[in-house]
Design a protein around this ligand. Structure first.
Ligand SMILES: Cc1cc2nc3c(=O)[nH]c(=O)nc-3n(C[C@H](O)[C@H](O)[C@H](O)COP(=O)(O)OP(=O)(O)OC[C@H]3O[C@@H](n4cnc5c(N)ncnc54)[C@H](O)[C@@H]3O)c2cc1C
Ligand code: FES
Length: 244
């Protein structure tokens, strides 16, 4: 964990609610996708946890949805620098997968999965992707998926489909998976897909680095902190009733 002042290199509006920030910062700590950073918002005491969408040698890309005051304030930061706590969370351990990988995301939960897909392709995994959104206008990461040259489909709620119906339609329901998105979506996925999976959980956080216990929840293997032992957990260890 390291506190760093990171200059804003780029601010890009994706749609009315979502924007991307590219921050200049060292990335020697990013040994896995699925890790997150805690971004200071001026005027707010608590930092806001945001996953890495992508990174290169000297910058990180964050994709942020306006959810409340903090993220709204961040959306107005187009230049200057942000104080960021780096190197948080465990990330996706892709050695867990042998050959195939199904990547399932919902809404802004797709953000950490872009880095995951990139890494999985580098590891030689056969990657299939399903991203679900409310409607076509809310679609995220189409360009990135095209660039990654990966087998992907989108599911839209307003077309009476979702990531689960899509998974069955594509006959991808017996593939081991990683997922991030709304809890109900991830719970259903864990029930309907019989294979093993890694689940990235998002919750309200306090300190973000394991000190306050504010994000702890009971798992089959005892109490765990989402910010420290997570945010990525094995499907088998999650007790969903303690999260919902
Ligand atoms: C590990 C982790 C990674 C995350 N990665 C991303 C990301 O890549 N992009 C992104 O846009 N957001 C991400 N989030 C969610 C983001 O941190 C929250 O949306 C943000 O902190 C809300 O701050 P706010 O001040 O705008 O809203 P607040 O005023 O604090 O809250 C607005 C509303 O959002 C709800 N809320 C707040 N935090 C969360 C949360 N963590 N999950 C669900 N609902 C929440 C509140 O209950 C409230 O209803 C992540 C969260 C975690 C824990
Ligand atoms: S947010 Fe403080 S321990 Fe996780």
């Amino acid at each position: 964990m390291k506190l760093k002042k990171c200059p804003i290199v780029r601010h890009k509006k994706i749609n009315e609610d979502v924007f991307q920030l590219v921050l200049e910062c060292p990335t020697d700590w990013v040994e896995k996708s699925g890790k997150f950073v805690d971004v200071q918002v001026i005027g707010k005491s608590l930092r806001r946890p945001i996953s890495l969408t992508d990174w290169d040698e000297n910058s990180i890309t964050l994709t942020i949805k306006k959810a409340g005051e903090g993220t709204n304030l961040l959306s107005e930061m187009k230049q200057g620098e942000l104080e960021v706590l780096l190197n948080l969370g465990n990330g996706f351990d892709l050695s867990y997968f042998k050959k195939d990988l199904l990547v399932v995301g919902g809404g802004i939960g797709c953000a950490p999965l872009i880095g995951c897909i990139k890494e999985a392709k580098k590891c030689g995994l056969d990657v299939k992707v399903i991203f679900g959104f409310r409607n076509k206008e809310q679609t995220l990461f189409k360009e990135e998926l095209e660039e990654l040259d990966v087998d992907y489909v989108f599911a839209y709620d307003d077309e009476n489909e979702n990531v689960i119906t899509k998974m069955k339609e594509m006959n991808w329901d017996d593939l081991p998976f990683v997922t991030c998105g709304p809890l109900v979506m991830m719970k259903k996925l864990c029930e309907e897909n019989t294979q093993s999976g890694l689940v990235s959980l998002e919750t309200r956080m306090g300190c973000g680095f394991g000190a306050c216990m504010g994000c702890s929840f009971k798992t089959k293997e005892g109490m765990k902190r989402i910010c420290k032992e997570g945010p990525v957990f094995k499907k088998e260890e999650i007790l969903w009733e303690n999260l919902m």
